[in-house]
Design a protein around this ligand. Structure first.
Ligand code: ZN
Length: 310
């Protein structure tokens, strides 16, 4: 089979207060809330999804909000930065917006030939805007709070801080179709040819113990075109001596999970069937969606969840 050229599907983060997270990603960053559902492994808590204008993989930032969670502290063996792609030339717009909304930011500074602005979300997760030439052709959400010409197009990529940079790089190349592009000190840039979600920066670090909690990335998911490609990737992962799960049906995509050599939890997620396959357009992100297996408990589940509005 031809090597897939895909990239990041979604990134899932442990959050704090769901309303505060929603306010930040929707009102401050201009993303669309696309899915309000429960954590399928713990239906007493939410799973919230925010995307760009296309609803396609490569832009889904998802959260397990847990209001009582302690503040996490990032260490090695995890994704420590999440980067969003915005059009080059939008630097002044975002600097002014962040100034108005009291979002502390650094930059723009240059990294791998692009301007980067760094800031943090309310749970101190490190975020970046990467000002990418040519990204304007991908749709931002046009009904959001940011004018579409400056809006977030999806992920640019993520930074994985790990000791096992070589083994992780080999996995990115052989399983997920990334190519090593450049090195700068302890940073190595790997990319695919996808429009969004196409970059992973490996930051080679000494082992450092972090603390899990809010603001910590839970896992990074990579795209598989369909079940067949996912199964091919799963077998490749096994060839690397790793131990992927069987396929789990998440209803709007299907997932396989495994621990990467550096200890980061990776997922392989199918592109389809997509959010619109499970819920009507007008209900997306508004009405709580539950899988069939939990529908009979809807009343109780909804009663226990705090209300979250956009
Ligand atoms: Zn996931």
């Amino acid at each position: 089979m031809k090597k897939p050229q895909k990239g990041i599907h979604h990134i899932t983060v442990l959050g704090g207060d769901g309303q505060r997270t929603t306010d930040f990603y929707v009102k401050t960053l201009g993303l669309r809330m696309i899915m309000k559902t429960v954590n399928q492994d713990d239906p007493s808590t939410y799973h919230l999804f925010y995307v760009n204008g296309t609803k396609k993989p490569g832009s889904s930032m998802t959260f397990f909000p847990w209001p009582m969670a302690v503040q996490g502290k990032s260490g090695s063996g995890e994704a420590t930065v999440v980067s969003f792609s915005v059009p080059a030339g939008s630097e002044a717009y975002w600097a002014e917006r962040f100034g108005e909304q009291d979002v502390d930011f650094k930059g723009p500074f240059e990294r791998f030939g692009r301007n980067v602005m760094r800031f943090a979300d309310p749970d101190r997760l490190k975020l970046e805007l990467v000002f990418e030439p040519g990204i304007g052709k991908v749709s931002a959400w046009d009904k959001g709070t940011v004018p579409p010409e400056h809006g977030i197009r999806g992920f640019w990529g993520t930074v994985l801080s790990i000791k096992e940079a070589e083994a992780t790089g080999a996995l990115l190349e052989k399983v997920f179709g990334f190519e090593k592009q450049e090195e700068d000190g302890n940073l190595s840039l790997y990319q695919t040819k996808a429009d969004i979600g196409s970059a992973v920066i490996l930051e080679k670090t000494e082992p450092k113990q972090g603390t899990t909690g809010r603001g910590i990335v839970h896992h990074v998911a990579f795209r598989a075109k369909d079940d067949e490609e996912q199964e091919w990737m799963r077998r490749e992962v096994i060839k690397h001596g790793l131990h992927p799960t069987r396929q789990i049906d998440r209803h709007f995509f299907r997932s396989v999970y495994f621990q990467s050599p550096g200890g980061v939890l990776f997922e392989i997620a199918t592109d389809g069937p997509g959010y619109e396959a499970v819920q009507a357009e007008e209900d997306l992100g508004r009405k709580i969606w539950l899988p069939e297996s939990l529908e009979h408990r809807r009343e109780m589940i909804e009663k226990r969840l705090p209300e979250i509005t956009v």
